[in-house]
Design a protein around this ligand. Structure first.
Ligand code: NAP
Length: 285
Protein backbone atom coordinates (compact mmCIF):
# COMPACT_ATOMS: atom_id res chain seq x y z
CA UNK A 1 0.00 0.00 0.00
CA UNK A 2 1.34 3.46 -0.80
CA UNK A 3 1.24 5.91 2.10
CA UNK A 4 -0.92 9.03 1.73
CA UNK A 5 1.24 12.14 1.65
CA UNK A 6 1.18 15.70 2.94
CA UNK A 7 2.59 18.57 0.91
CA UNK A 8 5.12 20.80 2.67
CA UNK A 9 5.23 24.57 2.08
CA UNK A 10 7.96 24.13 -0.55
CA UNK A 11 6.04 21.48 -2.48
CA UNK A 12 7.99 18.50 -1.11
CA UNK A 13 5.81 15.48 -0.28
CA UNK A 14 6.00 13.90 3.18
CA UNK A 15 4.36 10.54 4.00
CA UNK A 16 1.59 11.06 6.58
CA UNK A 17 2.98 8.38 8.88
CA UNK A 18 6.59 7.64 9.68
CA UNK A 19 8.53 5.50 12.14
CA UNK A 20 10.08 7.24 15.17
CA UNK A 21 13.19 5.74 16.74
CA UNK A 22 13.70 7.72 19.97
CA UNK A 23 14.92 5.42 22.78
CA UNK A 24 15.60 2.59 20.32
CA UNK A 25 19.07 1.07 20.74
CA UNK A 26 21.16 0.72 17.57
CA UNK A 27 20.46 -3.04 17.51
CA UNK A 28 16.71 -2.50 17.91
CA UNK A 29 16.75 0.32 15.35
CA UNK A 30 18.14 -1.79 12.51
CA UNK A 31 15.33 -4.33 12.92
CA UNK A 32 12.63 -1.71 13.47
CA UNK A 33 13.57 0.20 10.32
CA UNK A 34 13.67 -2.98 8.24
CA UNK A 35 10.35 -4.11 9.66
CA UNK A 36 8.76 -0.71 9.02
CA UNK A 37 9.98 -0.56 5.43
CA UNK A 38 8.71 -4.11 4.82
CA UNK A 39 5.34 -3.06 6.24
CA UNK A 40 5.12 -0.11 3.87
CA UNK A 41 6.40 2.88 5.86
CA UNK A 42 8.54 5.21 3.76
CA UNK A 43 9.44 7.84 6.37
CA UNK A 44 11.88 7.48 9.29
CA UNK A 45 12.38 10.14 11.99
CA UNK A 46 15.67 10.01 13.85
CA UNK A 47 18.06 12.54 15.47
CA UNK A 48 21.74 13.00 16.19
CA UNK A 49 20.82 12.89 19.88
CA UNK A 50 19.28 9.40 19.52
CA UNK A 51 22.68 7.90 18.61
CA UNK A 52 21.10 5.57 16.09
CA UNK A 53 21.52 7.33 12.72
CA UNK A 54 24.03 4.69 11.60
CA UNK A 55 21.56 1.96 12.53
CA UNK A 56 18.83 3.74 10.56
CA UNK A 57 21.17 3.76 7.56
CA UNK A 58 21.92 0.07 8.02
CA UNK A 59 18.24 -0.84 8.30
CA UNK A 60 17.50 1.10 5.13
CA UNK A 61 20.28 -0.61 3.17
CA UNK A 62 19.26 -4.05 4.43
CA UNK A 63 15.65 -3.41 3.41
CA UNK A 64 16.61 -2.97 -0.23
CA UNK A 65 14.06 -0.15 -0.64
CA UNK A 66 15.46 2.36 -3.14
CA UNK A 67 16.64 5.65 -1.65
CA UNK A 68 14.34 7.72 -3.86
CA UNK A 69 11.28 6.03 -2.33
CA UNK A 70 12.28 7.12 1.18
CA UNK A 71 11.82 10.21 3.29
CA UNK A 72 14.60 10.54 5.89
CA UNK A 73 14.27 13.10 8.65
CA UNK A 74 16.85 13.90 11.31
CA UNK A 75 17.56 16.63 13.85
CA UNK A 76 20.49 18.84 14.73
CA UNK A 77 21.26 18.73 18.45
CA UNK A 78 21.79 22.03 20.37
CA UNK A 79 25.49 21.27 20.95
CA UNK A 80 25.86 21.66 17.16
CA UNK A 81 24.13 25.05 16.88
CA UNK A 82 26.21 27.70 15.12
CA UNK A 83 27.10 28.51 11.52
CA UNK A 84 30.00 26.09 11.00
CA UNK A 85 28.93 23.58 13.64
CA UNK A 86 25.52 23.02 12.06
CA UNK A 87 27.02 22.52 8.59
CA UNK A 88 29.35 19.93 10.13
CA UNK A 89 26.41 18.31 11.91
CA UNK A 90 24.70 17.85 8.54
CA UNK A 91 27.83 16.19 7.10
CA UNK A 92 28.05 13.85 10.10
CA UNK A 93 24.37 12.88 9.97
CA UNK A 94 24.48 12.29 6.20
CA UNK A 95 27.60 10.15 6.56
CA UNK A 96 26.10 8.10 9.40
CA UNK A 97 22.83 7.63 7.54
CA UNK A 98 24.76 6.75 4.38
CA UNK A 99 22.94 9.29 2.22
CA UNK A 100 23.94 12.36 0.22
CA UNK A 101 20.72 14.26 0.75
CA UNK A 102 18.53 14.48 3.83
CA UNK A 103 14.84 14.95 3.10
CA UNK A 104 14.02 16.98 6.21
CA UNK A 105 16.58 18.45 8.61
CA UNK A 106 15.21 20.21 11.69
CA UNK A 107 16.56 21.95 14.79
CA UNK A 108 15.83 19.59 17.69
CA UNK A 109 14.69 22.36 20.02
CA UNK A 110 15.09 26.08 20.56
CA UNK A 111 17.99 27.14 22.78
CA UNK A 112 16.26 30.23 24.19
CA UNK A 113 19.25 31.25 26.30
CA UNK A 114 21.53 30.92 23.25
CA UNK A 115 19.20 32.44 20.71
CA UNK A 116 21.96 33.82 18.45
CA UNK A 117 23.31 30.28 18.06
CA UNK A 118 19.82 28.96 17.39
CA UNK A 119 19.43 31.54 14.61
CA UNK A 120 22.87 30.78 13.21
CA UNK A 121 21.94 27.09 13.14
CA UNK A 122 18.72 27.88 11.27
CA UNK A 123 20.62 30.04 8.76
CA UNK A 124 22.95 27.07 8.20
CA UNK A 125 19.88 24.94 7.41
CA UNK A 126 18.81 27.61 4.89
CA UNK A 127 22.26 27.39 3.32
CA UNK A 128 22.04 23.59 3.07
CA UNK A 129 18.62 23.94 1.47
CA UNK A 130 20.00 26.44 -1.05
CA UNK A 131 22.77 23.97 -1.91
CA UNK A 132 20.26 21.15 -2.42
CA UNK A 133 21.80 19.07 0.38
CA UNK A 134 18.48 18.94 2.20
CA UNK A 135 15.05 18.95 0.57
CA UNK A 136 13.24 20.72 3.41
CA UNK A 137 14.10 22.34 6.74
CA UNK A 138 12.23 22.87 9.96
CA UNK A 139 12.21 23.09 13.72
CA UNK A 140 11.05 21.11 16.71
CA UNK A 141 9.62 22.11 20.08
CA UNK A 142 9.36 25.75 18.98
CA UNK A 143 6.68 27.68 20.89
CA UNK A 144 4.86 30.73 19.51
CA UNK A 145 7.47 33.15 20.89
CA UNK A 146 10.30 31.18 19.28
CA UNK A 147 8.48 31.01 15.95
CA UNK A 148 7.75 34.74 15.96
CA UNK A 149 11.39 35.56 16.68
CA UNK A 150 12.60 33.09 14.05
CA UNK A 151 10.22 34.28 11.33
CA UNK A 152 11.53 37.85 11.74
CA UNK A 153 15.02 36.68 10.78
CA UNK A 154 14.44 33.70 8.50
CA UNK A 155 14.39 33.84 4.74
CA UNK A 156 12.80 30.37 4.54
CA UNK A 157 9.68 29.57 6.57
CA UNK A 158 10.22 26.23 8.36
CA UNK A 159 8.36 23.43 6.58
CA UNK A 160 7.64 21.57 9.82
CA UNK A 161 7.41 22.15 13.57
CA UNK A 162 7.65 18.80 15.37
CA UNK A 163 6.00 19.14 18.78
CA UNK A 164 4.63 17.04 21.63
CA UNK A 165 1.05 16.32 20.59
CA UNK A 166 -1.29 13.56 21.75
CA UNK A 167 -4.84 13.49 23.14
CA UNK A 168 -3.70 14.66 26.60
CA UNK A 169 -1.60 17.57 25.27
CA UNK A 170 -2.96 19.15 22.12
CA UNK A 171 -1.31 22.59 21.90
CA UNK A 172 -4.22 23.97 19.85
CA UNK A 173 -3.00 27.57 19.79
CA UNK A 174 0.49 26.51 18.69
CA UNK A 175 -1.01 24.25 16.01
CA UNK A 176 -3.01 27.27 14.79
CA UNK A 177 0.12 29.45 14.78
CA UNK A 178 1.97 26.80 12.77
CA UNK A 179 -0.87 26.64 10.26
CA UNK A 180 -1.08 30.43 9.97
CA UNK A 181 2.62 30.57 9.09
CA UNK A 182 2.34 27.68 6.59
CA UNK A 183 4.20 25.27 8.86
CA UNK A 184 3.08 21.63 9.05
CA UNK A 185 2.56 20.33 12.58
CA UNK A 186 4.28 17.01 13.15
CA UNK A 187 3.24 15.18 16.31
CA UNK A 188 5.82 13.53 18.54
CA UNK A 189 4.50 11.00 21.05
CA UNK A 190 1.43 10.73 18.76
CA UNK A 191 0.08 7.78 20.76
CA UNK A 192 1.00 9.50 24.00
CA UNK A 193 4.22 7.54 24.61
CA UNK A 194 5.41 10.21 27.00
CA UNK A 195 2.35 9.58 29.20
CA UNK A 196 3.46 6.00 29.83
CA UNK A 197 7.08 5.36 28.99
CA UNK A 198 9.11 4.45 32.06
CA UNK A 199 11.39 6.92 33.79
CA UNK A 200 9.64 10.06 32.56
CA UNK A 201 7.00 10.40 35.22
CA UNK A 202 4.60 8.41 33.07
CA UNK A 203 2.41 5.80 34.64
CA UNK A 204 -0.05 3.11 33.69
CA UNK A 205 -2.77 5.21 35.32
CA UNK A 206 -2.13 8.24 33.09
CA UNK A 207 -1.56 6.28 29.90
CA UNK A 208 -3.46 7.50 26.85
CA UNK A 209 -3.65 3.83 25.81
CA UNK A 210 -5.95 3.21 28.81
CA UNK A 211 -8.17 6.24 28.32
CA UNK A 212 -11.83 5.07 28.50
CA UNK A 213 -12.98 7.39 25.67
CA UNK A 214 -10.21 6.21 23.36
CA UNK A 215 -10.75 2.57 24.35
CA UNK A 216 -14.47 2.80 23.61
CA UNK A 217 -13.92 4.42 20.20
CA UNK A 218 -11.36 1.71 19.43
CA UNK A 219 -13.86 -1.01 20.37
CA UNK A 220 -16.54 0.55 18.14
CA UNK A 221 -14.22 0.25 15.13
CA UNK A 222 -12.55 -3.05 16.03
CA UNK A 223 -9.28 -1.14 16.26
CA UNK A 224 -6.75 -0.46 19.03
CA UNK A 225 -6.30 2.73 21.10
CA UNK A 226 -2.98 3.43 19.31
CA UNK A 227 -4.72 3.18 15.93
CA UNK A 228 -7.48 5.56 17.07
CA UNK A 229 -4.95 8.18 18.19
CA UNK A 230 -3.00 7.94 14.94
CA UNK A 231 -6.20 8.13 12.89
CA UNK A 232 -7.26 11.21 14.89
CA UNK A 233 -3.88 12.81 14.14
CA UNK A 234 -3.96 12.22 10.41
CA UNK A 235 -7.64 13.26 10.14
CA UNK A 236 -6.58 16.57 11.73
CA UNK A 237 -4.00 16.94 8.97
CA UNK A 238 -0.89 16.17 10.98
CA UNK A 239 2.20 14.14 10.30
CA UNK A 240 2.52 11.33 12.87
CA UNK A 241 5.70 9.41 13.75
CA UNK A 242 4.84 6.62 16.22
CA UNK A 243 7.81 4.72 17.65
CA UNK A 244 7.93 1.00 18.14
CA UNK A 245 10.66 -1.62 17.94
CA UNK A 246 8.14 -4.47 17.85
CA UNK A 247 7.15 -5.71 14.36
CA UNK A 248 3.54 -6.44 15.40
CA UNK A 249 3.08 -2.89 16.75
CA UNK A 250 4.90 -1.36 13.79
CA UNK A 251 2.33 -3.11 11.57
CA UNK A 252 -0.58 -2.21 13.88
CA UNK A 253 0.37 1.48 13.84
CA UNK A 254 0.44 1.49 10.04
CA UNK A 255 -2.96 -0.19 9.69
CA UNK A 256 -4.99 3.01 9.99
CA UNK A 257 -6.17 3.67 6.46
CA UNK A 258 -9.25 1.43 6.40
CA UNK A 259 -11.45 3.26 8.91
CA UNK A 260 -12.53 6.78 9.75
CA UNK A 261 -13.50 8.55 12.97
CA UNK A 262 -16.78 10.42 12.73
CA UNK A 263 -17.24 14.02 13.88
CA UNK A 264 -18.47 13.03 17.34
CA UNK A 265 -15.49 10.72 17.84
CA UNK A 266 -13.07 13.43 16.68
CA UNK A 267 -14.69 15.88 19.11
CA UNK A 268 -14.53 13.34 21.92
CA UNK A 269 -10.76 12.93 21.45
CA UNK A 270 -10.35 16.72 21.11
CA UNK A 271 -12.08 16.97 24.49
CA UNK A 272 -9.38 14.93 26.28
CA UNK A 273 -6.79 17.72 26.33
CA UNK A 274 -5.43 18.28 29.85
CA UNK A 275 -3.08 21.10 28.87
CA UNK A 276 -0.36 19.29 30.81
CA UNK A 277 2.88 18.80 28.93
CA UNK A 278 4.71 15.50 29.38
CA UNK A 279 8.12 16.61 28.10
CA UNK A 280 10.36 19.45 29.25
CA UNK A 281 9.24 23.07 28.83
CA UNK A 282 10.84 24.35 25.59
CA UNK A 283 11.34 27.77 27.20
CA UNK A 284 13.61 26.23 29.84
CA UNK A 285 16.06 24.25 27.73
N1 NAP B 1 11.45 16.34 18.81
C1 NAP B 1 11.43 15.83 20.02
O1 NAP B 1 11.85 16.47 21.00
C2 NAP B 1 10.89 14.46 20.21
C3 NAP B 1 10.60 13.99 21.51
C4 NAP B 1 10.08 12.70 21.64
C5 NAP B 1 9.85 11.94 20.52
N2 NAP B 1 10.18 12.41 19.27
C6 NAP B 1 9.96 11.59 18.03
O2 NAP B 1 8.63 11.11 18.01
C7 NAP B 1 8.64 9.69 17.96
C8 NAP B 1 7.43 9.12 18.66
O3 NAP B 1 7.30 9.61 19.98
P1 NAP B 1 7.55 8.73 21.29
O4 NAP B 1 8.52 7.67 21.00
O5 NAP B 1 7.83 9.68 22.37
O6 NAP B 1 6.11 8.14 21.63
P2 NAP B 1 4.98 7.30 20.89
O7 NAP B 1 5.33 6.97 19.52
O8 NAP B 1 3.70 8.02 21.14
O9 NAP B 1 4.95 5.98 21.80
C9 NAP B 1 6.03 5.11 21.81
C10 NAP B 1 5.84 4.11 22.95
O10 NAP B 1 4.65 3.36 22.74
C11 NAP B 1 4.95 1.97 22.61
N3 NAP B 1 4.08 1.53 21.51
C12 NAP B 1 4.24 1.74 20.18
N4 NAP B 1 3.20 1.28 19.47
C13 NAP B 1 2.35 0.75 20.38
C14 NAP B 1 1.08 0.12 20.26
N5 NAP B 1 0.51 -0.04 19.06
N6 NAP B 1 0.46 -0.30 21.39
C15 NAP B 1 1.04 -0.11 22.61
N7 NAP B 1 2.24 0.49 22.77
C16 NAP B 1 2.88 0.92 21.68
C17 NAP B 1 6.42 1.90 22.32
O11 NAP B 1 7.02 0.73 22.85
P3 NAP B 1 7.72 -0.40 21.92
O12 NAP B 1 8.83 0.24 21.14
O13 NAP B 1 8.21 -1.36 22.95
O14 NAP B 1 6.64 -0.95 21.05
C18 NAP B 1 6.95 3.12 23.08
O15 NAP B 1 7.11 2.82 24.44
C19 NAP B 1 9.98 9.33 18.62
O16 NAP B 1 10.41 8.02 18.40
C20 NAP B 1 10.88 10.36 17.97
O17 NAP B 1 11.20 10.01 16.65
C21 NAP B 1 10.68 13.66 19.12
Amino acid sequence: MSVPELTLNNGVQLPTIGLGVFQASPEETVGAVRSALETGYRHIDTATAYHNEEAVGQGIRESGVPRDELFIETKVWIADYGAEATLRAFENSARKLGVETIDLLILHQPAPHHWEQTLAAYHALEELLGQGKVRAIGVSNFQKNHLEALLKEASVVPAVNQIELHPYFQEKSLVAANAKAGILTQAWSPIGGITFYPGWGGSEARSTLKDPTIVSIAQAHGKTPAQVMLRWGIQEGRSVIPKSVKPSRIAENFDIFDFELNQDEMKAVDGLDTGVRGGPDPNEF
